[in-house]
Design a protein around this ligand. Structure first.
Ligand code: AKG
Ligand code: FE2
Length: 200
């Protein structure tokens, strides 16, 4: 399969539902679930510290540091599996990545709230390559300012082995989220490859 551009205004979102084979995806899900040093990180929500409803891990080149971040400042080292996936993501996206954020959604109540990946370290128009493994979860996109982009929210089912690219002005004009679901679902693992600017 190939990447298909979604018809969203002021965004460049591309999806390849069959980026990795089912066998490759299955073995990666097992390997990463077992070998990544997963952590549940605290976040500040309305001034109160709560735990994130998912497990995370941040990996990359030592120089790919966030100045201030919801996560650890210095990334963990690349593993062989992450380096292999980075090669594949770079070939598909046509650019280089120096870090990857991993999210493990253990069950339907694990989620990610509305946000844009618009930290200054990522630059104005970041390319983000998102690979999903395991259970299918809904990925929601909605315009940041409905007066500017008159479009309703869209839902993409991110399936096992899919690749989603977000680039161009997507982070400037759109928000995205993984909502909770009351349906019983198996774990889902997501990797977002990013390029953190080391001087900006
Ligand atoms: O799990 C996903 O598909 C989304 C992850 C995400 O938006 C992020 O890590 O910033
Ligand atoms: Fe995101």
């Amino acid at each position: 399969m190939a990447l298909t551009l979604l018809p969203l205004p002021d965004a460049e979102v591309l999806l390849d539902p069959e980026f990795l084979s089912p066998a490759e995806s299955r073995s990666l899900l097992t390997e990463l679930t077992e070998t990544i040093p997963w952590r549940q990180e605290p976040i500040k929500l309305f001034g109160k510290e709560v735990m994130q409803p998912r497990l995370t891990s941040w990996h990359g080149d030592p120089a790919a540091r966030y100045q201030y971040s919801r996560l650890a400042l210095t990334p963990q080292a690349w593993t062989p599996a992450l380096l292999r996936l980075r090669e594949q993501a770079q070939a598909a996206a046509g650019c280089n990545f120096n870090s990857v954020l991993l999210n493990l959604y253990r069950y339907g109540q694990d989620s990610m709230g509305w946000h844009a990946d618009d930290e200054p370290e990522l630059g104005l128009a970041p390319v983000i390559a998102s690979i999903s493994l395991g259970a299918t979860r809904n990925f929601r996109l909605k315009p940041r300012d409905p007066r500017h982009t008159n479009h309703s929210a869209v839902t993409l089912a991110l399936t096992n082995g899919s690749l989603l690219l977000m680039q161009g002005t997507t982070q400037q004009h759109w928000l995205h989220a993984i909502p909770k679901t009351a349906v019983s679902v198996a774990p889902r693992l997501n990797l977002t490859f990013r390029r953190v600017l080391t001087s900006y």
